[in-house]
Design a protein around this ligand. Sequence first.
Ligand SMILES: Cc1ncc(C[n+]2csc(CCOP(=O)(O)OP(=O)(O)O)c2C)c(N)n1
Length: 623
Amino acid sequence: MTEQATGSHHPQPRTRTAAPAAPAERMTGAQSLIRSLEAVGADTVFGIPGGAILPAYDPLMDSSKVRHVLVRHEQGAGHAATGYAQATGRVGVCMATSGPGATNLVTPIADAHMDSVPIVAITGQVSSKAIGTDAFQEADICGITMPITKHNFLVTDADDIPRTIAEAFHIASTGRPGPVLVDIAKDALQNETTFSWPPQQDLPGYRPVTKPHAKQIREAARLVNEARRPVLYVGGGVLKAGATAELRILAELTGAPVTTTLMALGAFPDSHPQHVGMPGMHGDVSAVTALQKADLIVALGARFDDRVTGRLDTFAPHAKVVHADIDPAEISKNRVADVPIVGDAREVLADLIVAVQADHEAGHKGDYSEWWEHLNFWRNTYPLGYEVPDDGSLSPQQVIERIGQLAPENTLYAAGVGQHQMWAAQFINYEKPGTWFNSGGAGTMGYAVPAAMGAKAGRPEATVWAIDGDGCFQMTNQELTTCALNNIPIKVAIINNGALGMVRQWQNLFYGERFSNTVLHDGAEGVPGSTRGVGSIQNRGTRVPDFVKLAEAMGCVGLRCESPDELDKVIAEANAINDRPVVVDFIVHEDAMVWPMVAAGTSNDEIMAARDVRPDFSDGAED
Ligand SMILES: Cc1ncc(C[n+]2csc(CCOP(=O)(O)OP(=O)(O)O)c2C)c(N)n1
């Protein structure tokens, strides 16, 4: 067992109600696999068939409960499973054949592992007798995915299929969620077996701890009420635990500021007066500084990622740390916790509310009024902002902001990786849990389109916008064909700056503006002496590919927007199309940069609010 997380469980239904016990029936392993998927409540599987998994595809055709979505690349199947899982709270499922089919799943599996997303990947394997012979399309996918799965199984006996599927779904969705791979040899799929449900599960040693220790909770409550500069540092674990209502109660009870990480946007309303923003490399000055100057950090389902802490040995030097996490391996991994709490975030928060309240009743309540003066000063002095280009071209931040403002209620957003991802995090308001999906831990370009597809397949009633970069889009856009053919009408905004923008930003700031291999258009920018392509996008030559034509070729509506005057009209047009996927090619200025920024490897104290703008912290907040 490659178990890395023994934490616990999740209150939302991740799998649908198990089928009632059925009498044993004779059938093939493949039929037993499909029956097992039906029994655990899997309603959607994203995948591509091939030799080793082919026996499973035959009975899949007859299932009225499991819908199979035929993707165009297995990477798309994996990210779609992730998007589905994040949008529905259930386990996402993807399927592939042996060898290259399975290895194409490696990136999305690694991605789901980094972001603790519950998916089950089912792969065909060569026949059990051929395993280890370098048979055609053989790859040791269990070996390959060992460090990037919560657990994986190799099944060589048809009789083991129902139990393995039940265990895989259980492991994926309980404790700290994560990806589980089930690799099934072809002969196990072909052989006769007996199917009965529910199977007896056998997972010795897997007992995630959900209930926090009362003494630790009391200690945490005491620190909260004694602190003068506390911060609730909220990570994705709070969303996964379905603990957002409890978070709000605790926040309002204490009056402490709240910061939600990139993985936790929507866990606490952006508009709430106690929300001080997102921390991290491109976080709000107020959130980064709040953590930096805090005397107490209460980390809830967050993991002190390097993008949040900046240079670790200078992170939050005055703070005591309460660290609550379902996964004991996270606690004190990067920052030593003064009060470690192992437990499910919802249970931790529920218990903390009671303990804090009891302290209040006993006359101990924290006074954070002076802290709020500092927080409000930072918030008001260094708000997020952007410049509108004076050459009449579109500002990428404005495009993203307007998409958020014009979107129907309950719109879901998936982002790629790069500048557009950071702007989507900064300039769209996330008010509700489960509305924002991105590749936070792995930073996987190509995540947005297939993740949006998975989210829309799981939540067909919701509007789903993918906010993508022109670089990212070129990695996985073929899944738009899948969307067009399977009635999955997502909307894609390509924030087309003609460059690998985030990398270009680093070249701009740290490599003396030498733009090595980051230009995606055919202009000659970056070449010394060139007069073409420098400055604005209008100087570019032929656009390759033409995203509007590409979208149309894939059965989508393709729109283009090049100026601020057209912006609202084009977004409204895209919002009005619900029978087909829509792609909007937003041609934006290429020089925009993401601010604020803490340069990699530097201290959060060195945050830059904008180019050449270093916030002034000489207000003695931590004195
Ligand atoms: C699969 C993968 N390859 C490379 C990178 C490194 N990388 C990070 S951001 C980025 C540029 C993304 O460009 P684009 O999609 O156009 O987005 P922009 O930053 O311009 O908004 C690259 C190459 C990555 N994160 N993922």
